[in-house]
Design a protein around this ligand. Structure first.
Ligand SMILES: [Zn+2]
Length: 217
């Protein structure tokens, strides 16, 4: 699961538009941003095997970012921090928290069993990655549905289509790049590419958001 995670951000933004888009975009990948950082630091472990279907990633150790209790903690921490920082309504904080948690649920759908249920185990994952075409279809389908809801909501608020089309187009490019360029195997390149990609996506989300009025819409 890569850009499919942004379905969580766009759905949240469609339902509760009072938080800025970039905050939802950050929230839905918060666990992977932390993962990239801890991979670089050598705290969490991953490697790649290009013979694997769907995703080349072997995620052998990631209790701090991808265990179920860690996901719950990240959800509360990110939501609380953004509510305080951006002075958001509580309901927006709730949806930011849900966007963080959606990451774990979508990872659960596609990962081979590598997500610790408690701290280091038992590890779970439904393994949709083993069916690469189906996995891509699910990911794109979720993104299309949430993207349509978000674009419709923007239309209701009187905004043009250009920003929505631009952001969704950017996500499609992001999805295609790894298919053309295989993942690097060393943790620093892997983690660095992940963090850089997710932060650039936040920046793009910031720029596609209309900011004509004080209301965050
Ligand atoms: Zn993840």
């Amino acid at each position: 699961m890569f850009v499919g995670h942004y379905a969580g951000a766009l759905a949240a933004k469609a339902i509760e538009p009072r938080a800025p888009l970039w905050s939802y975009v950050l929230a839905c990948q918060a666990m992977d941003i932390a993962w990239g950082g801890l991979l670089i630091a050598g705290v969490e472990k991953a490697s790649v095997d290009h013979s694997l279907p769907g995703s080349a990633l072997i995620l052998s150790h990631m209790p701090y970012t991808h265990s179920l209790p860690a996901a719950a903690l990240w959800s509360v921490a990110v939501a609380t921090a953004l509510v305080l920082l951006l002075k958001l309504p509580r309901r927006a904080g709730l949806f930011i928290g849900l966007a963080v948690l959606s990451h774990w649920l979508l990872d659960f759908l596609v990962h081979r069993p590598d997500l610790p249920l408690i701290w280091s185990g038992p590890k779970v994952g439904l393994g949709l990655w083993n069916h690469a075409v189906l996995e891509q279809a699910v990911e794109m389908g979720l993104l299309a549905m949430a993207g349509a809801a978000w674009a419709w909501r923007r239309g209701q608020q009187g905004h043009g289509w250009a920003g929505a089309v631009g952001f969704l187009g950017f996500l499609l490019v992001l999805q295609v790049v790894p298919l053309l360029k295989p993942l690097a195997g060393d943790p620093v390149s892997l983690g660095g590419a992940a963090v850089a990609t997710y932060l650039v996506t936040c920046l793009v989300a910031f720029f596609v958001e209309p900011r004509t009025r004080k209301a965050r819409d």
